[in-house]
Design a protein around this ligand. Structure first.
Ligand code: ATP
Length: 498
């Protein structure tokens, strides 16, 4: 079974309103998907808010007045290039069609160039082979009315919430810089022809951290020594391959503060999310690709087998004073700060991520032969509790154990069907450890722990379970270090063995 089918069947994610046929670009999360998404968000929150003592999470509204987006430039510039099929009327993103054909980025081409490229390359409608029309812009905003006449829109990025709240938050947090404001919340973009699962959807969750700072201090970073010798995996615009270069060696190219956060982002992916390093890179954007106000822009990318290439998961953007200056101009509010007698508009370094894209990428990387090999920190359930049979008191004892373990871990209780089938279902749901109660349990208060990835089992005392599982999840302990492997029940039907 393919990944998307498994994800829908097991309750990770599926098309929204699917009983009405669904609408492209909208997905719902089931019980497993929601648990996993929350785990990702919590890891992100703990890690990124932990990077600064003056970093906080805030929550701002999804609907904002139109002027916010006049100031941000979204009303005028937040557009993608659209081409429509003259025959079946389907819409497509023109640059993506060209990229699919050439395997080269087409983001920098204007509409006239894209129209010519489509003709030159003989690109036709991917759905019906019909002729494609002139390329034109489509604004990606979802406009709406607030009350009967005021114009507003759904925010296309959470960032604007931090910019409009900056003045209030700077004062509430006692006027110190750097100030970090994070939002984990919804963003809405009327994407042209969204495909590719939750990589590209019209309603999605972002986790973004805006760091406001004094631009004169961009080369002051008190923790830089922590990352000085740390090697970044970089793909520069003028180079073909990924290079591993330490932050210290890059000081002539990029400022200290920017390098520090590139390193912290990479460490989040490699050490917290446990993405294999060869599947990760930080990709520099060239002048044509990046927004005009971004002085430095590296995309955070993870390799996708499914799409056979690196996909953007996030970005590290040095947005200068573009945002606060724009809001000062349109709102008429003074957004300058005064620190030690110096008056200035703070600059912004933005660490921006798409939660759904990251969750999908973790699922994709982990899926092989109907097993979701998820890192225990993000797997929806940490433990499955499986009494071998329901009878002879094993069912009741299993349920008691489940209730106890549930206080410390996300647990799933399953006592229906053969134990082999239960293991297989748990593997598909990405549950890293299975606790099985058998007849020995009734005599000596022991259970077995089954490791999803090796399918091996060890026998442990119930009283030691919490400590062992805690250490397995935090990687203080390897499965093989727990104790003697026990003979597994290979005869069970549907039982997966390696
Ligand atoms: P793309 O080039 O893929 O359209 P972007 O460069 O416009 O993305 P940003 O505006 O930098 O994206 O948004 C930050 C992050 O939000 C992205 O890195 C991505 O993870 C996520 N994101 C953006 N658009 C979408 C979308 N339509 N669906 C899911 N996630 C998205």
């Amino acid at each position: 079974m393919g990944l998307d089918e498994t994800l829908a069947k097991r309750g990770f994610l599926f098309r929204s309103s699917e009983i009405y046929g669904g609408v492209s670009g909208f997905y719902d999360y089931g019980h497993l998907g929601t648990l996993m998404k929350r785990k990702f968000e919590n890891l992100w929150r703990d890690y990124f808010l932990g990077l600064g003592e003056n970093f906080y999470e805030i929550e701002t509204t999804d609907i904002m007045p139109e002027n916010v987006f006049v100031a941000s430039g979204h009303i005028e510039n937040f557009v993608d290039s659209l081409t429509g099929c003259k025959k079946c009327k389907s819409d497509f993103r023109a640059d993506h069609l060209v990229e699919d054909k050439t395997n080269e980025t087409a983001e920098h081409l204007d509409n006239k160039q894209l129209t010519e490229k489509i003709k030159e390359l003989g690109i036709t409608c991917p759905n019906c082979g019909g002729e494609l029309g002139e390329v034109d812009f489509l604004n990606l905003m979802f406009p709406l009315k607030i009350g009967s006449k005021d114009k507003g829109a759904l925010r296309p990025e959470t960032a604007q919430g931090c910019y409009v709240a900056f003045k209030r938050m700077f004062s509430a947090t006692r006027e110190k810089l750097p100030l970090g404001l994070a939002i984990i919340g919804k963003a809405f973009r009327n994407e042209i022809s969204p495909r590719q699962g939750t990589y590209r959807v019209r309603e999605f969750t972002q986790s973004e951290l805006q760091i406001f700072f004094d631009s004169d201090k961009i080369n002051e970073c008190e923790n830089f020594d922590e990352v000085k010798d740390y090697k970044l995996r970089l793909k520069f615009t003028d180079k073909k391959d990924i290079e591993e270069i330490s932050c210290g060696e890059l000081l002539d190219k990029l400022p200290k503060m920017y390098l520090y956060y590139l390193a912290k982002v990479q460490q989040f992916y490699l050490d917290v999310l446990c993405i294999p390093s060869e599947k990760f890179r930080l990709k520099e954007l060239n002048e044509k690709e990046k927004a005009f106000y971004n002085k430095y822009h590296f995309d955070v990318e993870v390799f996708s087998e499914k799409f056979n290439g690196f996909k953007e998961m996030g970005g590290v953007h040095y947005r200068t004073d573009h945002d606060l200056s724009g809001h000062e101009k349109i709102s008429g509010e003074n957004l300058h700060v005064t620190i030690e007698g110096k008056k200035f508009i703070p600059h912004v370094l933005e660490l921006s991520f798409g939660v759904d894209r990251n969750v999908y990428s973790l699922l994709e990387i982990s899926y092989k032969d109907s097993v979701l090999n998820l890192n225990p920190k993000v797997s929806p359930f940490t433990l499955g509790i499986f009494p071998l049979v329901k009878k002879d008191g094993l069912g009741e004892k299993g349920f008691e154990l489940y209730k106890n373990l549930k206080k410390d871990f996300d647990c799933f209780f399953d006592n229906s069907g053969s134990v082999g089938k239960r293991y297989a279902r748990a593997d598909e749901a990405g549950i890293p450890y299975g606790i099985t109660l058998d007849y020995d349990t009734m005599n000596d208060e022991t259970v077995t722990i089954r490791d999803r990835d090796s399918t091996e089992q060890v026998r442990v005392k119930i009283e030691d379970l919490n400590e062992i599982i805690g250490k397995l999840v935090s990687k203080e302990l390897k499965f093989k270090e727990i104790g003697e492997l026990v003979e597994t029940r290979k005869k069970e039907d549907g039982y997966r063995t390696n």
